[in-house]
Design a protein around this ligand. Structure first.
Ligand code: DQA
Length: 142
């Protein structure tokens, strides 16, 4: 089983970016925690980050036939991107939406996720552990 982790804009800044909201764990640390858990679960993972919406769209399209599940933290594009939503819908690869913070407990504009209706489920509010929970959930949706 192969799981593709996709990370959207500004997540490359984790560790120093608003640590009171997102914590001090870097994306590289999260990637390594995910790899450790994936090895226990005997799941292959690939971990990518982009600040470009179009690059994320291309990666979602290319996942078809190459990955069993997509776990996606679309970051700010969660709330704005019809293109990401359409890509997830078009490929048909099961997707799990994750966030570090609880988007429903924050500003109103973060309460709406455009990708949620085309994802199998949403995990948010558990900090870096949201990634581990996303990986574990991917074993169930496959
Ligand atoms: C985020 C929440 C989004 O609202 C925000 O734009 C992010 C990070 C999270 O992981 O909590 O960049 O996706």
């Amino acid at each position: 089983m192969k799981v593709l982790f996709l990370n959207g804009p500004n997540l490359n800044l984790l560790g120093t970016r608003e640590p009171e909201i997102y914590g001090r764990t870097t994306l590289a640390d999260i990637s390594s925690q995910v790899r450790d858990r994936a090895a226990q679960l005997k799941v292959a993972v690939e971990f990518r980050q982009s600040n470009q919406e179009g690059e994320l769209v291309s990666w979602i399209q290319e996942a078809k036939g190459n990955f069993d599940v997509i776990v996606i933290n679309a970051a700010a594009y969660t709330h704005t991107s019809v293109a990401l939503r359409d890509a997830i819908s078009a490929t048909g690869v099961p997707a799990i939406e994750i966030h570090l913070s609880n988007i429903h407990a924050r500003e109103d504009f973060r309460h709406k996720s455009l990708i949620a209706p085309v994802c199998r489920g949403q995990i948010c509010g558990f900090g870096a552990k949201s990634y581990i929970l996303g990986l574990e959930a991917s074993v169930y949706v496959k």
